[in-house]
Design a protein around this ligand. Structure first.
Ligand code: SAM
Length: 277
């Protein structure tokens, strides 16, 4: 997968050379290039921002600088450096263009899974009060697949952390990325019936007087699976009941239904419904 990132702090992405992401680059699975947005400026101060139209605090990232950069990286600029008319060929070969934005829809495991199958991603990191909203509008109108995602209900100083978060979630789902591919199969938020994962333990069986649940030492795989599944249903019911309400009742087995009913859910319709108690 080819990944281009545009930022006013490209050094920030040196962290991607560490750990599994670094290994994936050495193996040739990932090719990551961080670009400095200021390389596309023409003034002596290399300005990328200006005051907000309509007033207000802070500065907004200018569309002209972003457009010169994105036209080039998207292959939409002609030899003279001016925007070329897009063709169906340029659009279909173009990367998915992603802008992190706290006021956009939430980035989820489903998005990560979908994007892990793409060949080329281009991220644009906002700073200050954000980027001029006409930038994503313009590239959508050119036929580019433009996404804006929030990574959570809080505000960061810039898009760099958000891009790192999304990239880690996306790339670890690529075939060949993880040493043991099974480790991404049974995880929180994963698959159609996504739940929070059960609690995890390692040895010793008793640590500082706290024992692991006895059933995990029984060697009975059926019982262990059922215990873990019930724990997943109970934890999800407590922490993220919205995920339970999205389950497909037809896909639940008899034991799942019994557990959910004991947790106060009605399971005879298409999706579980929490009963008022
Ligand atoms: N004025 C914006 C607002 O109130 O929604 C906040 C801008 S923030 C200080 C600057 C940049 O950081 C944003 O353009 C975006 O790229 C990034 N950013 C901040 N919080 C984020 C979040 N929760 N998810 C994704 N990106 C975020």
């Amino acid at each position: 997968m080819k990944i281009d990132i545009v930022s006013v702090f490209p050094e920030y992405f040196e962290v991607l050379n560490l750990s599994l992401m670094g290994k994936a680059q050495s193996k040739g699975l990932l090719e990551i290039t961080a670009h400095n947005l200021r390389d596309w400026t023409h003034d002596v101060h290399h300005s990328v921002d200006d005051t907000p139209v309509g007033g207000g605090a802070g500065m907004v990232m200018k569309p002209e600088v972003w457009a010169e950069c994105l036209d080039e990286l998207l292959g939409l600029a002609d030899a003279a450096g001016t925007a070329a008319q897009p063709t169906s060929e340029t659009s279909s070969a173009a990367p998915v263009l992603i802008f992190p934005n706290p006021s956009a829809p939430l980035f989820t495991q489903r998005d990560a899974t979908e994007l892990s199958r793409t060949e080329h991603l281009l991220f644009g990191c906002g700073r200050y009060e954000g980027y001029d909203s006409r930038i994503p509008d313009y590239y959508r109108a050119q036929g580019i697949d433009v996404r804006e995602y929030s990574i959570g209900d809080y505000v960061l100083n810039g898009g760099e952390v958000a891009v790192s978060v999304m990239l880690e979630a996306i790339t670890r789902l690529m075939p060949g990325f993880m040493g043991n591919p099974d480790s991404i199969v049974e995880e929180s938020y994963t698959g159609e019936g996504a739940l929070l994962e059960h609690r995890q333990y390692t040895k010793p069986a008793v640590w500082r007087g706290i024992s692991v649940p006895e059933v995990l030492l029984s060697g009975d795989h059926g019982k262990v699976d059922r215990f873990r599944r019930d724990e997943e249903l109970a934890r999800t019911n407590e922490i993220r009941p919205d995920l339970i309400a999205r389950l497909d009742c037809k896909a639940l087995d008899k034991a799942d239904r019994k557990t959910l009913m004991a947790l106060g859910w009605e399971v005879s319709a298409a999706h579980p419904r929490k009963l008022d108690r």
